[in-house]
Design a protein around this ligand. Structure first.
Ligand code: NAD
Length: 256
């Protein structure tokens, strides 16, 4: 019960990595707000947590909209009386050759993946500071914060930004006792990934080729890293991106 008595909010928690983080936090004793832009899937995620014996509720929020993010943080405090942990995990992907990438796609990916992390962190941290809470913020970066697979210009730029934002937030919030870190997943077998890759032998072979551990990870393996960063086990860690990538970055060269 490493998060006993803590209140956590997790964005993009209706499915995938966010759902696994929310569930793991709840099973470690936290009261968890599952937040997502998709209310139907969000309710399913909450039900799964409750069935496993955890405490959770759903609050809808589009992380690219400051008013919605501010309301999410206020409603979390109203519901559970505190705000100790914020996980900025919501993200979207796209696939466009650079020459064909349009403004609308670029703006949306940056608005959700990068500005969403800024808004979530700032609205959470302001409330932590006001209440004297020595909170923890965990952002979801990616191996694409470092490497640049083709067709993903906006996504790669957004994730590079998340890594820099994480470090800068850690610097600016250290005096308040708030730690800020990120997880940097490699290939994670989320629903999206299963639909696109696991049904396609060639794509699956590419994942195995580019990953020294020769497999994708399960979402729960990312939850373990997020738990470490959200708990006292990482009490002297701030400003870090922990790449949980099956060894992909250690190879030192990009295999698409
Ligand atoms: P997913 O698509 O399974 O889940 C993402 C969730 O975010 C969805 O429930 C979606 O509704 C929600 N979301 C999208 N836009 C939103 C918005 N504007 N506001 C609030 N919620 C919104 O994806 P996932 O694979 O679980 O990805 C989670 C995070 O992990 C993302 O930031 C992604 O970039 C990152 N990541 C994933 C992988 C991977 O291989 N799956 C690898 C590296 C990084």
């Amino acid at each position: 019960m490493r998060l006993e008595g803590k209140v956590a909010v997790v964005t993009g928690a209706a499915r995938g990595i966010g759902a696994a983080i929310a569930k793991r936090f709840a099973l470690e004793g936290a009261k968890v707000v599952v937040s997502d832009a998709d209310p139907m899937a969000g309710d399913t995620s909450v039900e799964a947590i409750k069935q496993a014996g955890g405490e959770a509720r759903f609050i809808a929020c589009d992380v690219s909209d400051r008013a919605q993010v501010a309301s999410l943080m206020d409603r979390t405090i109203e519901a559970y009386g505190s705000l100790d942990i914020a996980v900025a995990n919501a993200g979207v992907i796209h696939n466009h050759p650079f020459l064909e990438l349009d403004d609308e796609t670029f703006d949306r990916v940056i608005a959700v993946n990068l500005k969403g992390v800024f808004l979530t962190g700032q609205e959470a941290a302001r409330r932590m500071v006001d209440r004297g809470i020595q909170g923890r913020i965990v952002n979801t970066a990616s191996v694409n914060s470092v490497i640049a697979p083709t067709g993903l210009a906006a996504y790669n730029a957004s994730k590079g930004g998340v890594a820099q934002l994480t470090k800068t937030m850690a610097m600016d919030l250290a005096d308040y006792g708030i730690r800020v870190n990120a997880i940097g997943p490699g290939s994670v077998a989320t629903d999206l990934f299963r639909a696109g890759i696991l049904t396609d032998n060639e794509a699956m072979r590419r994942v195995e080729m580019r990953t020294p551990m020769r497999r994708a990870s399960e979402p729960d393996e990312m939850a373990g890293v997020a738990l470490f960063l959200a708990s006292d086990d990482s009490s002297y860690v701030t400003g870090q991106v922990i790449y949980a990538d099956g060894g992909r970055l250690a190879q030192g060269h990009v295999i698409q």
